[in-house]
Structure formats: structure tokens, C-alpha cells
Design a protein around this ligand. Structure first.
Ligand code: HEM
Length: 123
């Protein structure tokens, strides 16, 4: 059976996740230091996840460029922490099947972001 994911899941997950990120001892200062307009960021991230999970094509940005800009924070430990929070919040808010689908996508995207940032950093 395929897991049904709804816009509404994304609209609950994304703000709750960044709320948790902003309170995190390690990730909080990084995000709070980089992002001024949280309303805009949350809208963009909802578009991103809508494009990823529902193929709506709403997100038009370049995640690699955005993360290379903050390369010094893109460490293996920070990725692990980001993914642990994502797992925690998605597990709390979504059905087990939906949570697993969001977690697997995030794992894959994190892996490619990490490889990409490493590549640009080493040049
Ligand atoms: C944007 C940090 C992992 C998706 C950003 C920004 C920061 C950041 C600071 C704002 C960039 C700016 O506007 O200057 C981090 C850190 C991570 C991490 C510290 C882990 C070490 C991830 C992962 C994903 C993700 C795993 C996806 C699964 C995005 C997206 C944007 C973004 C879509 C918006 C890019 C744009 O401006 O179009 N991130 N991020 N990030 N992040 Fe991350």
C-alpha cells in the first residue's frame, strides 16, 4: 500500500521542526544567525517538501548553493543532529508510515548535501 502524504502533514511538520531546531543548543544559534525572515523561510521549506514528497514543483531554489554558503556548519555531527530532530518531530506528528517516508527522503537529501558541500569545500 502506498502511504498517503498530504499538504497538511507538511504544513504541520515544517514549522514544528524549525521550532525545535531553533531551541537546539547546537543548531539553534546557526539557524537563528543565518535566517532573519522566518515566515519566508518556513514558506520556502514547505514549498521544498511539497516538491520533494508530492512533486508539486513549487520550490525553485538551489539547496546546494544555500548550504555551501554555510559550509563551516555543515559537519557530519550537525547533519546527524539535524536528522535526529527530523526523526523525532516527524515521529511525533505523523503516522508511522508517513514519518518513515519523510525520514528516508531527508536521509538521502542530507547525504547528497553533505557530499556536495565537501566537494565545493575541497576545491
Ligand atoms: C536552508 C542550515 C540540513 C534543506 C538552510 C539555511 C541554513 C541551513 C543556515 C539558510 C540558508 C540561507 O538562506 O542563507 C542547515 C544545516 C544543516 C541543514 C546546519 C545540517 C547540518 C538540511 C537538510 C535539508 C535542508 C538535511 C533537506 C532535507 C534546506 C532548504 C533550504 C535550507 C531546502 C532553503 C534553501 C534556499 O534558500 O532555497 N539550511 N541545513 N537543510 N535548508 Fe538546510
Amino acid at each position: 500500500m502506498t502511504t498517503e502524504i498530504k499538504e497538511e502533514d507538511i504544513a504541520r511538520l515544517v514549522p514544528a521542526f524549525y521550532e525545535r531546531v531553533r531551541q537546539d543548543r547546537v543548531l539553534g544559534p546557526i539557524f537563528n544567525g543565518a535566517i532573519d525572515d522566518w515566515h519566508h523561510h518556513l514558506g520556502k521549506l514547505q514549498d521544498f517538501w511539497s516538491s520533494v514528497m508530492l512533486t508539486t514543483g513549487r520550490y525553485k531554489g538551489q539547496p546546494m548553493v544555500a548550504h555551501v554558503r554555510h559550509a563551516k556548519h555543515m559537519t557530519a555531527d550537525n547533519f546527524a543532529r539535524w536528522l535526529a530532530l527530523w526523526r523525532e518531530v516527524s515521529g511525533e506528528l505523523l503516522s508511522p508510515a508517513a514519518a518513515t517516508a519523510f525520514q528516508q527522503k531527508a536521509d538521502r537529501i542530507a547525504e547528497s548535501l553533505q557530499l556536495g558541500v565537501q566537494f565545493y569545500r575541497e576545491r
